[in-house]
Design a protein around this ligand. Sequence first.
Ligand code: NAD
Length: 364
Amino acid sequence: MRSMKVNLDKKYLSSYEIRIGNGITDRMALLIAKNHKAGRYVIITDDCVNKLHGQKFLAGLKDTGLNVAALDFPAGEASKNIDTVLDIAGKLLKLGADRETCLIALGGGVVGDMVGFIASVFMRSIPYLQIPTTLIAQVDSSIGGKTAIDLPSGKNLLGTFYQPAAVFTDLSFLETLPEKEFNNGLAEIIKYGIIEDEKMFQTLEDNMVAVKQKDAALMLKLVENCCRIKKSIVEIDEREHGLRRILNFGHTLGHALEAVSRYKITHGEGVALGMIAAARLSEKMSYLEPSETQRIETLIRGAGLPVRISNSFATDSLISQLRMDKKKKGDIVHFVLLKKIGMPFVNGGIETDLIGEVIEEIKK
Ligand SMILES: NC(=O)c1ccc[n+]([C@@H]2O[C@H](COP(=O)([O-])OP(=O)(O)OC[C@H]3O[C@@H](n4cnc5c(N)ncnc54)[C@H](O)[C@@H]3O)[C@@H](O)[C@H]2O)c1
């Protein structure tokens, strides 16, 4: 089992370990019992993960002698809202949860974001552990303490920064992950390569077949590398005042595509297209060599992610949606652009005509 520490400002209160391995669930239970003592543990998961992994995970914790119960809610983004939060909070009270309770988020980003949010406000905050089961959650959402639920007018509009007490990443969960969900995580892995690690980008270029087959050794290396990149960025900029914004590479247009498609376009698909748009914008503004744009597009295509925006999404609607981005400052939409692979920067205020031109190009 590999281990790394996220060192944050309030060292003793919010620094935590990320443990990564393959088939580590049994040891996880022992580590939880030893390092995260609580009067009661409540596993919160979704019904899909519950069916696949919930019972075994619950039994593992019970075998270790822990006082543990489990709750689930319907899988999917549609559940990431205040109604589910209220429902879970009510069920927690019925179970007798109090400030000695530790929540365990077993699932993808939806479970992690929502359990983190509940933990941050339930009885004025209780600890929680992240056990990510999707690739996106393993390389991204379980680390960094961004918690959120959606409002009818947009995604992640209600949330907190609240770090987990620990993250346990077991790659064996990926065995049951459908290809579409795997690809979502792959888009984030490609993003880390583009923004921070040209060598990993090259590893992806050279080994995409093995990645798609979920080669265990390769996946361990990639997931560990991505966690290291994310935790290093979060350590410097926990609250996204500066550096952390580079993690949004590809997300500006990505989020707009997700919203305009009413979430038929998945997060990973949106990010893939957003990364192509950001690369093309960088090229048009003479920051990035055309050959680098080409490498990015080729890798994204090779990963099985989309490289063309459907004509069914009007360019004007996408631009209006970009103006609603919650990360915009005033009227300016910030794009993360590239000087080369491994060298991103945040650019404020790109002409919407140029954005429109790039969107039109990607539709061809
Ligand atoms: N907090 C952050 O920093 C951050 C970062 C990125 C994304 N997010 C959020 O994460 C969410 C997306 O995460 P996601 O893609 O993991 O979504 P998700 O949690 O909805 O999981 C996707 C689907 O995979 C299923 N699933 C989970 N684990 C499985 C497994 N091992 N085997 C089979 N099926 C499994 C789930 O039941 C669900 O149906 C979005 O809400 C996004 O806003 C948060």
